[in-house]
Design a protein around this ligand. Structure first.
Ligand code: FAD
Length: 283
């Protein structure tokens, strides 16, 4: 069972719990991006099982008519087993998400993992972006030196792109290591996206400076945009932005494999660790 301290960052262990969380957010003007926790499967059966779970989930999203989409990790649906396993499972999820929908299926995001997965992920995105007319999105990372160039390729495609700073410790020759340099790259990439993207820009960041920069670029170019933040992180800012008319999505992890995700959230920030400690000691 999910302990109360973990439920700040994880919506629950079941799709029902995650969908109930989405309904609560929708009532407050925030949409959901559902992510079933799990990654780096080295055998095919768990990768297929998680892909099946996503197929069921996109069906439940359509049935319950909630404002939500999904986000999948390539290594969760088979990339470490083989490129073709990843491609097959992603194709199944995208097909289910668009089944019976007349141009308005459930949107499917593809998270970005470490640099060795970038090409295969962008290629899979391109295929489904063309096939669905843009009902898929992909994440790119400002800490990678290649990303500014990748954005030029992505600008020519339908679909959405989420810009994040990057969560992986990448080699120094292909990535920016200093926080200030990553922030500079994030600003440059955002500026390019607001100029060159028609289908909108997704700002995947909790950083007030980047969110303000996006609002300024939106005022200058008129390009639609959305802000995406994680469950349990700056939630009051999420609701404030939504109340101000900004499109806000909360990225909502759920599932039984919650421990390592919760542990990462606690480690990355002192305030989260204090929060967890207070919950444990009951004050
Ligand atoms: P940081 O640069 O970490 O912090 C900047 C400022 O933001 C801080 O000074 C503070 O003011 C505020 N802030 C940040 N965190 C907190 C907090 N916990 N509580 C309060 N304030 C805070 N990475 C990938 O590599 N691949 C992905 O597919 C991916 N998907 C993501 C999807 C979403 C929706 C989000 C939000 C992030 C995703 N990430 C992904 C993670 C991302 O790469 C960063 O590691 C992570 O978001 C931290 O960077 P940041 O821009 O939020 O803020």
């Amino acid at each position: 069972m999910l302990p109360p301290i973990a439920s700040n960052f994880v919506a629950g262990e079941t799709p029902e719990a995650a969908l109930a969380h989405v309904e609560g957010l929708n009532d407050r003007g925030v949409a959901g991006i559902l992510n079933l926790l799990g990654e780096h499967y080295e055998e095919r059966p768990p990768a297929d099982e998680d892909a099946d779970a996503y197929v069921d989930l996109v069906g439940s999203i359509a049935d319950r008519d909630v404002d939500a989409c999904v986000s999948v990790k390539s290594s969760q649906i088979g990339l470490d087993v083989g490129d073709s396993v990843f491609r097959e499972n992603l194709a199944r999820i995208v097909a289910a998400a668009n089944e019976g929908a007349e141009g308005d299926g459930t949107f499917v995001w593809i998270d970005m993992e470490d640099h060795e997965t970038t090409d295969v992920t962008l290629d899979a995105f391109e295929r489904h972006a063309r096939e669905t007319g843009g009902n898929v999105g992909v994440c790119v990372q400002a800490n990678l030196k290649r990303t500014r160039g990748d954005l030029e390729r992505l600008a020519a495609l339908p679909g959405k792109v989420r810009l994040v700073k990057g969560a992986y410790d990448e080699p120094a020759d292909i990535s920016y290591k200093k926080k200030a340099r990553v922030d500079e790259s994030y600003r440059d990439c955002l500026a390019y996206m607001f100029e060159a993207f028609d289908d909108g820009v997704a700002v995947g960041s909790h950083d007030p400076a980047m969110i303000e920069h996006a609002a300024e670029l939106h005022a200058e170019h008129g390009t639609p945009y959305e802000v995406q933040m994680l469950t349990g992180v700056r939630e009051s800012a999420q609701f404030d932005l939504a109340a101000d008319g900004v499109t806000v999505y909360q990225y909502i992890p759920y599932g039984s494999k919650w421990f390592s995700y919760f542990y990462r959230r606690v480690r990355e920030r002192k305030s989260n660790a204090l929060f967890a400690l207070r919950a444990v000691v009951g004050r």
